[in-house]
Write a protein that binds this ligand. Structure first.
Ligand code: C5P
Length: 335
């Protein structure tokens, strides 16, 4: 991940500085070489010896002469930003009084900061939808589906790692959202559509969300109650907008590359191929979500990528690997 990268870690005079050794551990675990640069004020919270031990090298007393790929300011005060060397990408995480990001996210933030400068998707804006939607029945009840958001989240993460600026529009997912994205949380399909439209223009759009096809025509405004009569509630439905189709069929402001998903339980290839044409998107990532496959909500996926050129079946692999492969293909297509 960060193999071969040299990170200058500037440590400021904030209480968060005491977490610096742990940060060094995470960054080194990701393969980076870390050069600790504590400011005098940091020494209240952390000793040079502790930093040097974790970094397996001596601390430096200034940025001069340090040839770093990334400067990471940890628990940084405003003045510290002025001290950072001019060269190389910079990333300031956390300032006194603000929450420091989860240490485990640090490596990911670093990868994103490096990629934003030099990744194959640097300078590209990619929109990703993810997760299920919740369609209200009344203020306390809703209709949902089993999408965990795992595949969409992995795709957003892989795009960020390749340098894309990602807008991540997500329904209520079971997995936490990725770091380094512009996060837009929604609940319903209508809200997702509005968020997607607001996020355009984009160079590419990946519609990984499992959008509910229908919503309750008239959601009750107060909680529906059992009245003892034995009468059952009747729900009537109306169709949700097809977000993917609407974006794919735009005559103005259509992303250059529009990618849809097809979660099918039978005749996957035929249905997905027809779907690509019907929706007007460029690619369809098709998968078999029959109960036996363990794909929906699981860690692995077996997909077929359908493009104008035909169908390409990828071997079963982790959702992270599917995401990386797809991100690489997107970068190639946008080159
Ligand atoms: O028609 P179907 O729901 O199978 O199509 C799946 C694809 O369409 C997915 O990419 C999904 O994100 C997208 N979709 C959408 N809006 C809908 C329904 C599906 O964007 N209302």
């Amino acid at each position: 991940m960060l193999t071969g990268k040299r990170i200058l870690l500037m440590i400021g005079d904030a209480p968060g500085a005491s977490a610096a050794p742990e940060a060094i551990r995470h960054l080194r675990a990701a393969g980076a070489e870390v050069i600790p640069f504590p400011l005098p004020g940091a020494l209240v919270y952390v000793t040079p010896a502790a930093l040097a031990e974790r970094a397996a090298r001596a601390v430096v007393e200034g940025p001069q002469g340090v040839d770093a790929d990334l400067t990471l300011g940890f628990a940084v005060g405003p003045a510290l930003a002025d001290l950072a060397p001019e060269r190389g990408p910079r990333l300031i995480v956390g300032a006194p009084g603000s929450d420091l990001p989860e240490l485990a996210d640090l490596a990911e933030l670093c990868i994103a900061a490096l990629a934003a400068d030099e990744g194959p998707l640097a300078g590209r804006h990619v929109l990703v939808t993810s997760g299920p939607t919740h369609e209200p029945i009344d203020p306390v009840r809703y209709i949902a589906n089993r999408s965990s958001g795992a595949q969409g989240t992995a795709i957003a993460r892989a795009l960020v790692a390749q340098g894309a600026q990602v807008t991540f529009v997500t329904g209520p997912a079971a997995v936490p959202p990725p770091t380094g994205v512009r996060l837009v949380r929604v609940e319903t399909a209508i809200q997702m559509r509005d968020a997607v439209e607001a996020a355009l223009p984009a160079d590419a759009a990946v519609f990984a969300a499992a959008v509910a096809d229908w919503r309750v025509a008239q959601a009750a405004t107060s909680k529906m109650k059992k009245d003892g009569s034995g009468r059952l509630p009747q729900l009537s439905f109306t169709e949700n907008p097809d977000i993917l189709a609407a974006v794919a069929q735009r005559s103005v402001g259509r992303p250059r590359l529009v990618i849809g998903f097809a979660a099918e339980t039978d005749d996957v290839l035929a249905h997905a191929t027809a779907k690509r044409l019907r929706k007007g998107c460029d690619w369809i990532v098709a998968n078999d979500v029959s109960p036996g496959t363990g794909i929906m909500g699981g860690r692995e996926n077996a997909v077929t990528l359908i493009t104008a050129a035909g169908a390409e079946t990828w071997p079963r692999m982790g959702k992270d690997q599917v995401a990386e492969r797809l991100a690489t293909r997107i970068a190639e297509a946008l080159r």
